[in-house]
Design a protein around this ligand. Structure first.
Ligand code: CIR
Length: 271
C-alpha cells in the first residue's frame, strides 16, 4: 500500500509510491558556474562527475529512480536542476531564474517533467524565481526573497499554489544564495539552520540549530532516512543521535559553486 502526496494531502493508493528524482549530468564547463558569496576555486570536473554518480547511487539505494534530464553542456550550472522548477502535487511550476544566463537550462527540464505527466505552469516576467528558494513542508511553502527570487516571483507562485491548498510564506534572504542554502526541513517539519544565515528563524514554527552551515541541508530519502553532505559530520552525528538514519555524500566540487545536496535533484513523490 502506498501513499501519494498530491495537492498537499496524503492519499492512500493501490500502487507502491513512486519515488522519482530528476537529475542532470554536470557540464564540462562546471568550473565556470556562477558565484555570489564564495571566491572561485579550482574545480575537478571528473571528480565532480564521480560525486554526482555517488549522489545518484544513494538515491537508488533508498528506492529512488533517477531520471536524467537532457544534458545542457553549454550551461555550467545545469547540474543544479532543483532551480529550474517547483513541484507541488501534480503541478510543476517552471522557474524563471534570477540569473539570466541560467534560463538556458529550462527547456530540457520542462521536457522531462512534462513527459512524467505533470501539469505545467511557469513564472513569467517581471517575476524571477529559483527552485532553490522554495522549501516545502506539508502544505506550507516558504519562499526566499531578495536574491534570485523577487517579490513578483513569490506572488506568482502563491497565486499558482494557493488553489492547491498551499500556504506561501515569504522569507527575506540576503546572506546566502538561496533559502535552501540556509534551511531545509526534517520529516517532522523542524527546520535546520545555522546561526548567521537567515535573519529571523522565528518565521519557522519549529527549528533545530546545527553546528555547521552545510548541516542545514538535508534531502529526505524516506521515513527517517536522510542524505547530508560529507562536509557536515557533526550535524550527521547530531541527527543520528536523534534517531535518523543518515547517509553522507561528498559533494565538495559542487559546494565550491555554492551548491548543496538539495540542488542536485528534483524529488518527485507521486504515484
Ligand atoms: N538550489 C541551489 O542552491 N542551487 C545552487 C546554484 C549554484 C550556482 N552556481 C548559481 O549560482 O546559480
Amino acid at each position: 500500500m502506498g501513499f501519494a502526496h498530491l495537492d498537499g494531502r496524503t492519499r492512500q493508493t493501490k500502487g507502491v509510491l513512486q519515488q522519482r528524482a530528476l537529475v542532470r549530468r554536470p557540464s564540462a564547463r562546471l568550473a565556470e558556474g556562477l558565484l555570489t558569496h564564495l571566491e572561485r576555486q579550482p574545480v575537478d570536473v571528473p571528480w565532480a562527475v564521480e560525486q554526482w554518480n555517488d549522489y545518484r547511487q544513494v538515491l537508488h539505494d533508498h528506492g529512488w529512480e533517477t531520471i536524467e534530464v537532457p544534458a545542457a553542456d553549454e550551461c555550467p550550472d545545469g547540474v543544479f536542476i532543483e532551480d529550474t522548477m517547483v513541484v507541488y502535487g501534480d503541478m510543476a511550476v517552471i522557474s524563471r531564474p534570477g540569473a539570466v544566463e541560467r534560463r538556458l537550462e529550462l527547456p530540457g527540464a520542462e521536457v522531462a517533467v512534462r513527459a512524467l505527466g505533470y501539469r505545467l505552469a511557469r513564472i513569467t516576467e517581471p517575476g524571477t524565481l529559483d527552485g532553490g528558494d522554495v522549501l516545502k513542508h506539508g502544505n506550507t511553502v516558504w519562499v526566499g526573497v531578495g536574491g534570485r527570487t523577487n517579490a513578483a516571483g513569490v506572488e506568482q507562485l502563491a497565486d499558482l499554489l494557493r488553489p492547491l491548498g498551499a500556504e506561501v510564506v515569504p522569507v527575506p534572504v540576503e546572506k546566502v544564495l538561496h533559502l535552501k542554502s540556509a534551511v531545509t526541513a526534517l520529516p517532522d517539519g523542524a527546520v535546520l539552520f545555522h546561526p548567521g544565515t537567515i535573519d529571523d528563524p522565528s518565521v519557522f514554527p519549529s527549528v533545530l540549530e546545527v553546528p555547521e552551515p552545510e548541516g542545514a541541508h538535508v534531502v529526505l530519502l524516506n521515513g527517517n532516512r536522510l542524505l547530508i553532505a560529507a562536509s557536515a559530520p557533526r550535524t550527521a552525528e547530531l541527527l543520528s543521535q536523534r534517531g535518523y538514519d543518515v547517509s553522507s555524500v561528498d559533494i565538495s566540487e559542487f559546494e565550491k559553486l555554492e551548491g548543496c545536496v538539495t540542488c542536485l535533484s528534483v524529488r518527485l513523490r507521486g504515484v
